[in-house]
Ligand binder design. Structure first.
Ligand code: CAA
Length: 283
């Protein structure tokens, strides 16, 4: 495919990260969200990350200008008609994502590929919301997108080989490494990561150790860059809970039961770094 236009739907933490790496790789990027303010916040986040890279002499000022110039804020979803690939990075909820895909299916010509950045929802079910299941695929980026090299690529039952190959090629062009995984709840990344985080919450809940001690054990003992509770705060405790729910629902296995303390924190609005408080406090 020659220089596809990529539309990103969802300008939050994941969406603006994907927009940044796509634009840095030379693609024209359309960035959309439900309000112009949210798109502006996304573009500002990209701009300040790129400015930091310029300050650290890791990026030329000209490259920053060029990257930003390739990102086009679009407040109407109808612009998806001009894209070749639409990557959705919206709320982690099947009905919300399926509803978006149904709208895109009406707007976009038949050749347009739909990629979902879902962290755990079944791609086959998302694909079934459209009339083009062969053109729907999972492209699961990791947070923070500009730093983490992995993209999990998930085929739905009907995903075509050509669409799979395109997703791999785009991933590589964005400077990331694709890893193919099958369509099971949580894929590989969250099948393994989230139960570890959930177990860390249980360790605190059951009084095995303090939050600080659990994180210190995993950082110093296992060489993890962040402790599991610090990482949970970074990902968002609401996201962690919803992924555990998807694993629990999807496998019907009690080993995936979300810890009651995780539920309690989410109900209290302690969502982690984004709300100023989770397992840790943030200024
Ligand atoms: N966005 C963009 N860049 C960031 C960043 C952010 N939020 N945070 C840090 N960086 C960059 C810094 O600018 C720095 O870049 P340079 O080397 O070019 O200067 C680099 O990352 C290292 O940063 P720091 O030295 O400040 O901090 P660090 O060494 O502690 O690294 C970290 C920060 C990369 C976030 C590291 O702590 C880490 O790898 N943590 C684990 C992250 C992780 O596990 N992510 C996966 C989450 S799970 C997921 O995403 C899937 C899901 O579905 C939930």
């Amino acid at each position: 495919m020659s220089d596809p236009v990529i539309m990103i739907v969802g300008a939050g933490q994941m969406g603006n990260g994907i927009a940044q790496v796509a634009a840095a790789a030379g693609f024209q990027v359309l960035l959309h969200d439900v309000s112009p303010e949210l798109i502006e916040q996304g573009v500002n986040a990209i701009s300040s990350r790129l400015s930091r890279s310029v300050e650290k002499s890791k990026l030329a000022a000209q490259e920053k200008t060029e990257t930003i110039s390739r990102i086009h804020a679009v407040s109407s979803l109808e612009h998806a008609a001009g894209a070749d690939v639409v990557i959705e990075a919206i709320t982690e909820n099947m009905e919300v994502k399926a509803s978006l895909l149904r709208k895109l299916d009406v707007i976009c010509p038949a050749h347009v590929i739909f990629a979902s950045n879902t962290s755990a929802l079944p791609i086959t079910e998302l694909a079934a919301a459209t009339g083009r299941p062969s053109k729907v695929i999972g492209m699961h980026f990791m947070n923070p997108v500009p730093v983490m090299p992995l993209v999990e690529i998930i085929r739905g039952l009907e995903t075509s080989q050509q669409v799979y190959d395109t997703a791999e090629e785009l991933t590589r062009k964005m400077g990331k490494t694709p890893v193919e995984v099958n369509d099971f709840p949580g894929f590989v990344s969250n099948r393994i990561l989230m139960p570890m985080i959930n177990e860390a919450v249980y360790a605190v809940y059951e009084g095995v150790a303090s939050v600080e001690s659990v994180d210190r054990v995993m950082k110093l003992g296992m060489h993890h860059p962040m402790g599991p509770l610090e990482l949970a705060d970074f990902i968002g405790l609401d996201t962690c809970l919803s992924i555990m729910e998807i694993l629990y629902e999807g496998f019907k296995d009690p080993k995936y039961r979300p810890c009651p303390l995780l539920r309690k924190y989410v109900k209290a609005g302690r969502l982690g770094k984004k709300s100023g408080r989770g397992f840790h406090h943030y200024a």
